[in-house]
Write a protein that binds this ligand. Structure first.
Ligand code: FMN
Length: 399
């Protein structure tokens, strides 16, 4: 459980689509984030999911009948922070666009004044109909946010545009709608993950970096309104929704991508773990195992060093993964690379840092020529990312 949506009240509209069963996953994510969920179902939705199961999973009564609890539509509309309809039928979208209020869900929707997120799901013929398209266009113009649909195999067996967008994307959109956009003036350039240095076409050296810290920074910066460019080495993670995602493999490629995008950035977060060394020779074909006795190495380019030599630099944050919390070494790196902040973490602990979902870090920065050190507790990488970004904003404002 985290507290991202603590004290947030979410109206969850559910309509009569075959995709309704996916709502359980969203309810779980919302509950784990601390939200209070108010499920409102159409009568037709109850052919696809039962009010009883929604009630048990959401921990709240399902509202369906307008006349069972008079004025519930106004009470909900007044007291909730966000309204999301998942999945939304063609019927619901057209009714909402026309201002029809003939059941509890549609009546509450037109009484609601906060952010509305709608995730359509239907056969592509329905979705592409002029009626649905016109309704979406009109609702968009009113500020309603549509998530999806996606193209793919539909429940009816046809391929087309109409699949419910992934629940993770809907969840992210809900959180983003409720997050203050305090980074909206910033363009954040982030590096993440390991790099790879090839010995021959199928063999390479790399390191244990998963990309989790850099991806968390990208996700949280985006959520807080920043423009985000993410340069990533090979990672098994699903990339977060960013403005520009640049996959690279080698340290040299990472360097080139950083140099290409640095001029547009106001903040540079070097959360990647680029390799420090690479094979001196790269073979064009697979090496015969008997043909070599050792693999001579040479140093890779030092990206932060090259950045430090630029005349104009964004607010630059380095990351130091050290064996033990070696504060003196981190301070030397801070000076040597002319950083604005360094994030130090101890890679020798099993439950944090590289590959893990959690981390405990020390933020080291300078104010009026004095070093300051701030230690976090053991937190999720999302929470660490949030703390780092808030500190950057504070230091930039104080400059
Ligand atoms: C098996 C079945 C699956 C359906 N799936 C969808 C769907 O995915 N999207 C949609 O817009 N309508 C779908 N419909 C049609 C809606 O249920 C119908 O338009 C209904 O009036 C919607 O009511 P509501 O919007 O009040 O929930 C489906 C109907 C059936 C019988």
């Amino acid at each position: 459980m985290n507290s991202l949506l603590k004290n947030k009240k979410v109206i969850l509209g559910i309509t009569g689509s075959i995709a309704a069963y996916k709502i359980y996953e969203l309810i779980k994510l919302l509950k784990d984030a601390g939200a209070e969920i108010y499920p409102v179902m159409t009568k037709n939705a109850s052919y696809f999911v039962t009010p009883l199961s929604i009630e048990i999973i959401s921990g709240n009564r399902v509202l369906m009948n307008m006349f069972e609890e008079p004025l519930s539509h106004i009470e909900l509309a007044k007291s909730c922070d966000i309204f999301t309809v998942v999945p939304a039928t063609a019927n619901l979208i057209n009714k909402y666009a026309s201002g029809i209020a003939d059941d509890l869900l549609t009546t509450t929707l037109i009484a609601f004044r906060g952010p509305v997120i709608i995730a359509p799901a239907m056969n592509w013929r329905m979705y592409e109909s002029p009626q649905v398209q016109k309704s979406i266009e009109y609702l968009n113009s009113l500020g309603v946010k549509f998530m999806g649909p996606e193209r793919g195999l539909l429940a009816c067996g046809e391929e087309g545009l109409g699949r419910l967008v992934s629940i993770n994307k809907i969840f992210e959109a809900i959180i983003s709608s409720l997050t203050e956009k305090d980074l909206k003036e910033e363009h954040v350039l982030i590096t993440a993950g390991p790099t790879r240095q090839y010995l021959d076409p199928i063999r390479y050296i790399t390191n244990k970096s998963s990309g989790k810290m850099g991806y968390a920074l990208a996700k949280i910066a985006k959520r807080r309104g920043a423009k985000v460019t993410l340069i990533s080495g090979p990672s098994n993670l699903q990339p977060p929704e960013v403005d520009s995602f640049i996959p690279i493999q080698t340290t040299q490629e990472m360097l080139e991508a950083v140099m290409k995008h640095i001029n547009r950035a106001s903040i540079l977060l070097m959360a990647a773990a680029p390799l420090d060394f690479e094979p001196e020779i790269t073979y064009a074909t697979k090496i015969d195992k008997h043909s070599i006795k050792s693999i001579p190495l040479k140093l890779c380019p030092d990206i932060l060093k090259k950045v430090s030599m630029l005349k104009e630099r964004p607010f630059t944050v380095g990351f130091a993964a050290e064996a033990g919390l070696n504060v003196d070494r981190a301070k030397l790196k801070f000076q040597d690379k002319r950083l604005d902040m360094i994030v130090l973490n101890d890679i020798m602990q099993q439950d944090r840092g590289m590959e893990s979902d959690a981390n405990e870090v020390m933020l080291i920065y300078k104010k009026r020529n004095n070093f300051f050190e701030e230690q976090t507790s053991l937190l999720s990488k999302d929470e660490i990312a949030s703390i780092i970004l808030s500190k950057i904003l504070e230091l930039k404002l104080a400059k």
